[in-house]
Write a protein that binds this ligand. Structure first.
Ligand code: ADP
Ligand code: ZN
Length: 730
């Protein structure tokens, strides 16, 4: 390899593939040579697989048998900085490199030249006759308002064979076109005038701008109550990044939040940013992946996986609602996007802004320790004041059975409706009822594959497992004892609460908002926009609505069960409840009207409930921090989970016990192991899960010790091991 990282034709290159192999594979550089970092297609046995030229070849492989790289793909090589980020992320999360590479190559059809494909969109013709399959195809095209798809995508989305689509093309109902070359993104203009900032906001924005101009890595916690203008402030940081010619990434926890955000970006910069999330079409994702790599996409708004896009010059990462638990990826590679954002920024010399009204204890502690800069916005913007918060003591309310809205809350809602204002009833449970119980035998209906109850979804007319997603029709007879018509829903979910609200407020327009009640993210976004415009009087929502939406006319929030998160033994329960309740309450009175939040609770004197009401955040964090410190728990100690799983419980426990007995590598770094015990979700999709928790002092080389500990393990048959660094629940 020459100094410029170029490999001459025929020289040996070490290629990292996305296949589960624990080493690089040696190949011969192709005709014309290739650069280090090049995306390539290589032969592996009878197959062709995707890989990246990672290093010079090792040379121990017989030269005569060496095969050649098939071709170099027509995309920019992976940058040194990205390769080093992936390697560091792999070390941190103890993830094999091929799995990391898969995260970084999530763009479908990575190597295909765009001109080779045909795309399909809605045509003007009317089909001679409609079939179910045809209706589905046209429905998908209509749902996605004018977007085009490849044949394969469209067939998959509509659940039809490609011949159905071809048939519609013949009749002109679907149009077939050559795929254009990647459409460029419209330029964002950072020089358009923004809003006039308040003094506080301007000071915070200036600090963020200075950080960017200074160059190099740095993380800032931007803390401010909901409505204080955090978004306004961090958009100023985006302005600065764009002026400096660098790219910016904004991570948001929920797709449903992006609609309002995109409108704001458009108003600020005169064009829409690139949107990266799992709901985006393949065509769109392919385009974004390439454009980000070419530096053409200046601003990406996305879900956590956007961190693995091949930015050419990433200067700024914003993590909005940084405390949100959905940033933790709980499947496959287990990582927390907030932590990965910091790692990515540290690797490429970018600034990070962590924005939240209720930061995670980790971030709060990092700011206390001076590792992160902290900026505070203390007041809500304009005349908006924080809502008044009160509890409703449920012990003193005359509740009817099967009812969850107390008389006090009912009166409060009625009063708001009388003034033409909106109310939000919050319950953090999807579905109709969390439990379906047989009144004859007392059994609850559970999932056949998971350690979870089946939740009734009346709207879908099905029972659903919230672990594995399996659904089945609601039975008439009890699956355990066969009794007829004795199954009863127990407890409230959002759908049941909506039913009660409809009966209690017959004249009100009620909107139930929960992710599963909408066929597509688009439909959900539209509904949210409608509500913001006054299209509903009472909003019934799950935690989906606890975040970022701006409903200007919403002045009352009623929390149906403020105690819900306080049950159970999770050490983070207090932190979570505190965050969620403060966030939900923040939905009230965002504009000029004063708001109120009412919390229905059976334990109004609980310290967490009292902290929520008093709003003494620093006091709350300090008490939480002291508790964690005393227990040696994160962020004052280190933790990791080892999750073992398999089809039978016995061998999984045996393996766990064997690991627990052989803990010498852990003891060398003063780490302790607890368990094996059933994992927080003890069975998913028919697999039994057992967890070992490892606790180590703050400075311990935990990853190395874990790696040594599990290295001798040979997983037989269908047994699996997953490492979870910094587990969410412990
Ligand atoms: P946060 O992100 O902290 O919840 P936002 O940035 O969303 O706060 O601001 C809340 C509301 O106040 C938004 O509608 C926003 O447009 C408005 N706002 C905030 N700051 C200003 C400002 N300086 N001038 C005009 N409107 C503002
Ligand atoms: Zn299940």
């Amino acid at each position: 390899m020459s100094e410029s990282g170029f490999f001459e034709e025929g020289s040996r290159v070490g290629v990292l593939t996305t296949q589960p192999l624990d080493r690089l594979l040696d190949y011969r550089a192709p005709e014309g040579g290739c650069f280090e970092g090049a995306f390539v297609e290589v032969p592996l046995g009878p197959r062709k697989v995707l890989g990246v030229v990672w290093a010079p070849g090792q040379g121990d492989f017989d030269a005569a048998k060496l095969r050649s790289v098939i071709r170099v793909l027509d995309v920019a090589p992976m940058r040194e900085e990205m390769r080093s980020f992936l390697a560091r992320a792999a070390d941190y999360t103890l993830t094999p490199m091929p799995a990391m590479l898969r995260l970084a190559t999530r763009a479908p059809g990575l190597g295909d030249p765009p001109s080779m494909r045909k795309i399909y969109r809605l045509g003007d013709g009317v089909p001679d006759r409609m079939t179910d399959a045809r209706t589905r195809v046209l429905g998908v095209l209509r749902d996605y308002g004018g977007l085009a798809f490849t044949l394969k995508e469209l067939a998959e989305m509509a659940g039809v064979t490609s011949s159905v689509i071809k048939g519609l093309v013949k009749q002109g109902a679907v149009r077939e076109e050559d795929s254009p070359r990647d459409l460029p993104f419209p330029r964002l203009d950072p020089d358009r005038p923004g809003k006039a900032l308040t003094e506080d906001q301007a000071a915070a924005a200036a600090r963020l701008r200075d950080g960017l101009r200074g160059g190099g890595y740095g993380t800032t916690l931007l803390k401010g109550v909901t409505g204080s203008g955090k978004t306004e402030v961090y958009l100023e940081a985006v302005v600065e990044a764009l002026r400096l010619g660098r790219q910016a990434l904004v991570l948001l926890p929920e797709i449903a939040l992006t609609a309002e955000f995109l409108t704001r970006v458009e108003a600020r910069f005169g064009a829409r940013p690139a949107e990266w999330h799992s709901g985006a079409t393949m065509t769109e994702r392919r385009r974004i992946w390439r454009m980000v790599g070419q530096g053409e996409a200046q601003l990406v708004v996305g879900a956590r996986s956007a961190l693995f896009l091949p930015f050419r010059d990433l200067g700024l990462v914003i993590v909005d609602e940084e405390h949100d638990t959905s940033y933790k990826q709980e499947d496959g590679v287990l990582y927390n996007a907030r932590d990965m954002a910091v790692l990515r920024a540290a690797t490429c010399g970018a600034r990070v802004v962590l924005a939240s009204a209720t930061p995670s204890l980790e971030t709060w502690a990092n700011a206390e320790a001076g590792k992160y800069e902290r900026l505070d916005l203390v007041a809500r913007f304009g005349d908006a004041v924080l809502p008044e918060m009160r509890t409703i003591d449920m012990r003193a309310e005359a509740m009817q059975s099967g009812s969850w809205i107390s008389p006090s809350l009912r009166r409060a809602v009625q009063a708001r409706l009388g003034k033409g204002e909106q109310a939000l009833l919050f319950i953090n449970r999807r579905g109709y009822a969390p439990v379906t119980l047989c009144r004859a035998c007392g059994q609850q209906i559970g999932c056949e594959h998971c350690d979870a109850r089946m939740v009734e979804h009346r709207f879908l007319k099905r029972l659903m497992c919230h672990q594995c997603g399996e659904t089945r029709p609601i039975p008439d007879t009890c699956p355990s004892c066969g009794a007829e018509d004795r199954l009863a829903p127990v407890g409230p979910g959002i759908e049941r609460l909506a039913e009660e609200a409809a009966a209690a407020f017959p004249d009100a327009r009620i909107a139930a908002l929960s992710s599963d009640l909408f066929g597509s993210a688009r439909a959900l976004k539209e509904r949210i926009a409608e509500i913001a415009e006054g299209g509903a009087d009472i909003v019934i929502g799950t935690q989906l609505v606890a975040k970022g939406h701006n409903f200007p006319n919403l002045t009352l929030v009623g929390v149906i069960d403020a105690d819900l998160g306080l049950q159970g033994s999770d050490l983070r329960a207090a932190e979570r409840t505190f965050q969620l309740m403060r966030q939900v309450a923040g939905r009230a009175g965002r504009a000029a009207k004063a708001g109120q939040a009412l919390l229905q609770t059976f334990q109004p004197e609980h310290p967490v409930i009292r902290a929520i009401l008093s709003g003494d955040e620093e006091g709350f964090w300090k008490a939480e921090a002291a508790g964690r410190q005393a227990a040696g728990m994160p962020p004052y100690g280190r933790m990791a989970g080892i999750i073992l799983s398999g089809p039978e419980a016995g061998p999984v426990f045996d393996l766990g016990n064997m690991l627990a007995r052989n803990d010498a590598p852990l003891r060398r770094v003063n780490a302790q192991v607890f368990g094996p015990a059933p994992a927080p979700i003890a069975r998913i999709r028919g697999r039994h899960r057992v967890r070992l928790l490892v606790k180590a002092p703050k400075g311990a080389a935990l990853q190395e010790a874990l790696a040594q500990w599990i290295a001798p393990l040979r997983l037989k048959g269908d047994l699996r091991l997953n490492v979870d660094i910094d587990p969410q629940s412990f």
